[in-house]
Design a protein around this ligand. Structure first.
Ligand code: SF4
Length: 99
């Protein structure tokens, strides 16, 4: 059964880009050219309660996967993520997905 890399817990992403590095390593590519996984950083500044100068910067990350990544060793990509963002799903014969 075909297996798919799934972003199951995007909120856990810390933006380390190890998944990107592992993917590029498997493709034998340097840099981000043709990267099959991209991690985008978003910054949400929120002012602290009761202060007018201090503010907290809250970083969140968005992950995008090119479906071509499923031709690679997706177990290694899943396992290299330190926070367990990815899971692997198997497609059943009826087209449904199981984790
Ligand atoms: S390896 Fe995990 S935590 Fe690091 S950027 Fe990729 S998805 Fe985020």
């Amino acid at each position: 059964m075909p297996k798919y890399l799934k972003i199951s817990f995007p909120q856990k992403c810390i933006g380390c880009e190890l998944c990107v590095a592992e993917t590029q390593r498997q493709l034998k590519k340097v840099g981000l050219e043709g990267a099959l996984i991209r991690v985008f950083k978003q910054s949400n500044e929120s002012f602290g309660i009761g202060t007018d100068r201090n503010f907290e910067e809250e970083l969140t990350f968005t992950i995008q996967i090119d479906p071509t990544v499923n031709k690679l060793n997706i177990q290694k990509i899943r396992d290299i993520c330190p926070t367990g963002v990815f899971t692997i799903q198997e497609e059943e014969e009826d087209g449904g997905l199981v984790s």
